[in-house]
Design a protein around this ligand. Structure first.
Ligand code: PLP
Length: 459
């Protein structure tokens, strides 16, 4: 499969290049030039498959020139052997909808599903290429832990994770900082998540620095993450008994990565009706999808911190489709967003968006109320992100097989759960040890030269 950038589609690249690069040199995001599509009889075959077998079928066409089918098979089995569910995910009925639990991986968030695979892709790449790579990533909590777990102890790769000092939950921090592997470096930046993200972006943009340290990224724009996430939409579809009724997914959204993976599933043949883009008070995507107003505001801190984002990076991939896959027009829109902080979506494009996407927004009280109601009615505790996905369906009033993606385990957000239902959620026993281990991280000022220096001394 050939890949192109959303901002220049005349030059083709292979999966191996786009995987290591993450972001195109022109600042655009990578997309396949054409897609391998599935039909009704393929979907019937998929219904018979266990999660891993299905993952192999879906992922292989995207990466066929990177590794053989046998290597991929081995890597997928290895990646998902660390999950607490045999079939990686779990579908549970709650009232008139179902939730797809995606948090049974090592760090209790859906990001493990893609990240475990990425870790083993790096391993495979580095064994064959004989080089050393330094991954640098910013996190508001979940990405960092998932990335560290996937990379720790691997040869020829270091990982540097920047988190905002004192602004992530202690459990989230402990999941990152209590490991003992000497290829993992945690850095608490004296600033907020945007500051961390900007430092990482600036280091990538500094070509001398980034090529010096062979810098690579695992943030949510990495195409490998999208294809790994695409699989659970197919798997979930296979689990649904009544597949006559339309299937709708509500997806708690920050960077538009997870919901884009669902849209990709639809593009390659999975008959999904609508995606509900569920947001917290950081509602740029809600404004965009309901009113055509994509306009960046200040980030607010909420009880669903993994969705406290204003620039939804993966949205560029949808913008590319809205502009009939015209790279120059996409580049123009992105330039405007960067310079003026906004993109006004015209009526025609808004109609196109609404064919696939609806959106709801929940404020902090609404989130607490969903957690409380679900607990009282069904004795199930949802984490704040998943609660946003659940509540989003109440606001769009759509019939069918309604499925909520549950993106994190509630124990990662004990303060919010306690506030909502006055309950202490325990950590799964496999993970509880992080509460007693010694933590390891350095505090660095919010300054580009200081962070570069810090990293250089350690590569
Ligand atoms: C990262 C994250 C999200 C948002 O996912 P995107 O792909 O950025 O839209 C939602 N919930 C949780 C728990 C997360 O960690």
């Amino acid at each position: 499969m050939d890949y192109v950038s959303t901002r220049n589609n005349s030059e083709s690249l292979k999966f191996k290049d786009i995987f290591i690069k993450g972001l195109a040199d022109d600042g655009g995001l990578f997309l396949p030039k054409s897609l391998h599509k599935y039909n009704q009889s393929d979907l019937l075959e998929f219904k018979k498959l266990e999660y891993n077998e299905l993952a192999k079928k879906i992922i292989y066409p995207f990466i066929g020139d990177f590794m053989s089918e046998n290597d991929l098979s081995r890597i997928i089995d290895k990646s998902y052997s660390v999950f607490r569910k045999k079939n990686v995910v779990n579908l549970v009925e709650i009232g008139d909808r179902s939730i797809l639990e995606l948090f049974h991986g090592p760090t209790l968030a859906f990001k493990d599903i893609a990240m475990q695979l990425l870790g083993n892709f790096y391993d495979y790449y580095l064994n064959n290429e004989n080089e050393k790579i330094n991954i640098v990533v910013a996190t508001s909590g979940d990405t960092g832990a998932a990335a560290i777990d996937a990379i720790k102890g691997k040869k020829n790769v270091n990982i540097f994770v920047l988190h905002p000092n004192n602004r992530i939950s202690p459990i989230q921090r402990r999941l990152m900082t209590t490991g003992k592997d000497n290829n993992v470096f945690n850095i608490a930046i004296e600033g907020n998540f945007d500051d961390c993200q900007n430092l990482v972006k600036a280091m990538f943009a500094d070509k001398t620095f980034s090529s010096d340290i062979k810098m690579s990224g695992v943030n949510s724009i990495n195409w490998a993450r999208i294809i790994a996430q695409c699989v659970y939409y197919f798997y979930c579809f296979s689990l649904i008994e009544d597949n006559k009724a339309p299937v709708n997914f509500s997806v708690p959204t920050g960077n538009f990565g997870d919901v884009y993976a669902g849209y990709l599933a639809k593009k390659i043949g999975l008959p999904i009706n609508k995606f509900i883009v569920a947001t917290n008070q950081n509602d740029i995507l809600y404004r965009a999808i309901t009113k055509g107003d994509y306009h960046v505001e200040d980030v607010l801190e909420t009880i669903s911190p993994s969705m406290d984002i204003q620039i939804a990076s993966n949205f560029e991939r949808l913008i590319y489709d809205l502009n009939d896959q015209n790279d120059l027009r996409t580049a123009d829109v992105m330039k405007n967003i960067k310079e003026k902080g906004k993109y006004e979506i015209n009526k025609e494009n808004l109609d196109k968006i609404n064919l696939n996407f609806l959106s709801s927004r929940l404020d902090e009280n609404e989130v607490l109320n969903v957690i409380k109601t679900i607990y009282q009615k069904f004795d199930i505790v949802l984490d704040p992100h998943s609660a946003i996905g659940y509540g989003a369906f109440d606001k769009v009033n759509i019939k069918g097989n309604n499925i909520v993606l549950a993106t994190a385990h509630p124990c990662k957000f004990p303060e919010a759960i306690e506030k909502a239902i006055n309950l202490k959620v325990e950590l799964p026993k496999e993970i509880a040890f992080v509460l007693n281990e010694k933590e390891n991280y350095d505090i660095v000022e919010n300054n580009l030269n200081s962070i570069k220096q810090h990293i250089k001394e350690r590569v």
